[in-house]
Design a protein around this ligand. Structure first.
Ligand code: SDX
Length: 441
């Protein structure tokens, strides 16, 4: 059992397992929301057996106090607070501090962190030359992952974090500089000069300033855009053991520093089944908009396994109900898109796809609902974010969650390197045959 476990033995008592006529008892633990797990920490020692669960659909990798999801009820809470309560008041940075430190920041804590975000917004001039090494067509997620690792070269003093003061310095640098790196990756792709961060701007306006200002023409962030992008970042800030966060924990479990672990998280998030889905959704909507295929035929194709086509932005490993983030983003998109970019045909197509899918037995039987990526791309497009930067925005939002999970794992007493086992199915004992004795072909 994890020494720093905050779970309790289940009142239902241990699980019993019968194998080859022997009976074994395994502890059952219960989390603060009543979730139960069979603790198999002693299974192999007791039975000589391991479990097998490709994709980990039935396997918990850790205990965590950061985010709670109830996929059947469509519930998402950060440190116990439902995300629906974040719509109006807080900023992304408040939510970031909530996730990382486990409590909402006081005014003084918030201001101190904000001041450090301003202080740390620039990147070393030496890093700028590294952008020049990438082709203009380089995917921004490739640059982001590489540059987060490069950032660690400028902060060797933050490779090992011993206390919350050092965590603060690493978190503030990462959360601040990821904006600058993202913006410079975008500027490089367009052959535009880099725009320095403006110390007079808050988090979101500064990101958009560095992306969209010109040397003699400052981009001014409309308030509705600032609020919308704040909400998008907040809704992406954490999502328990998703693929990229599990990657950050896996890499961090080897003792790798926070910068390298988050760089690995960027790589995992890039995949179209994960954070890259928001780009895939836009490509799907644009394909339908170009008239290459109707919404009805696309949904039909998505139901045919052999087509290898999926209704992107639909389905989720955990949510078997509406993804609460999708509901919130859809509402903002309905309000904001007409205001920012007039009537967007892609929004009409998205609505049509959702209507068709949500009344189709294939999707209903499999509990496939729109997920966070289904509407986020339409909203980002209306704000003016180019499609190839969508997943980068997701990464900026998810960074506080990665930091929180890396630190939670780093602080786990008795934490061990993550090293799954396997069931071997390859050749049994064989001999080496010298090349001159091998057959042709
Ligand atoms: C994110 O994990 C997280 O928390 C992730 C995330 C986060 O905040 O970190 O929420 C962000 O990654 C959201 C998901 C973005 N990805 C997509 O929108 C890509 C499209 N969705 C699917 O590829 C899929 O739904 C996944 C990857 C999201 C979930 O995959 P699972 O849990 O492995 O489900 P599955 O592939 O086993 O599907 C179960 C069934 C299968 O059919 P059967 O074999 O039972 O006949 O549902 C079908 C699948 O073929 N199915 C779909 C589908 N999603 C599942 N069929 C058509 N279109 C889809 N989108």
């Amino acid at each position: 059992m994890n020494e720093s476990a905050n779970s309790n033995p289940s009142p239902l008592g241990p699980a019993s397992l019968t194998l080859a006529g022997h009976s074994y008892s395994l502890p059952v633990i219960e989390g603060s929301e009543g979730e139960r797990a069979i603790d198999i920490g002693s299974l192999r020692a007791q039975t000589g057996h391991i479990t097998l669960d490709p994709g980990y659909g039935n396997t918990g990798s850790c205990e965590s106090a950061i985010t709670f999801i109830d996929g059947d009820a469509g519930i998402l809470r950060y440190r116990g607070i439902p995300i629906e309560q974040f719509v109006d008041s807080p900023t992304f940075i408040e939510v970031a501090l909530l996730l990382i430190y486990g409590h909402l920041p006081s005014q003084e804590e918030y201001e101190r962190f904000s001041e450090d975000l301003t202080r740390f917004a620039n990147i070393d001039e030496g890093m700028k030359h590294q952008f020049e090494g990438f082709p203009r067509s380089a995917p921004p997620m490739a640059i982001l992952s590489a540059m987060l690792n490069a950032l660690s070269c400028y902060h060797p003093e933050l490779h090992e974090l011993e206390d919350e003061a050092e965590l603060h310095h690493a978190a503030a640098r990462l959360i601040s500089k990821i904006r600058t790196i993202a913006a410079y990756a975008f500027r490089h792709s367009r052959g535009l000069p880099y725009i320095y961060p403006d110390p007079g701007l808050r988090y979101v306006p500064n990101l958009l300033h560095m992306m969209f200002s010109l040397p003699y023409q400052q981009y001014v962030c409309p308030n509705v855009v600032r609020k919308a992008l704040n909400l998008i970042l907040m809704l992406h800030a954490d999502h328990e053991q998703n693929c990229s966060t599990s990657t950050v924990r896996m890499v961090g479990s080897s003792g790798a520093n926070l910068f390298a672990s988050c760089a690995a998280g960027v790589s995992a998030l890039w995949g179209p089944l994960h954070g890259g889905a928001n780009v895939a959704v836009l490509e799907m909507l644009e394909q339908i908009h170009r008239g290459n295929i109707t919404p009805e035929d696309y949904v039909k194709l998505a139901k045919e396994k052999e087509s290898k086509v999926r209704l992107m932005g639909f389905g989720h490993r955990v949510y078997k109900n509406f993804d609460p983030r999708a509901l919130m983003l859809q509402k903002v998109a309905e309000e904001l898109v007409p205001m920012l970019s007039g009537n967007d045909p892609l929004l009409d197509i998205a609505r049509r796809l959702e209507d068709i899918a949500r009344s189709d037995p294939y999707f209903i039987e499999r509990n496939l609902y729109p997920n966070v990526d289904f509407y986020s791309g339409i909203l980002l497009r209306a704000i003016g974010i180019p499609t190839n930067m969508f997943t980068v925005i997701f990464a900026i939002g998810r960074l506080p969650g990665w930091i929180a999970h890396w630190w939670e794992q780093n602080q786990t007493v008795g934490g061990r390197i993550a090293r799954p086992r396997q069931i071997y199915t390859g050749p049994t004992l064989s001999d080496y045959i010298p090349i001159e004795e091998r057959g042709q072909g």
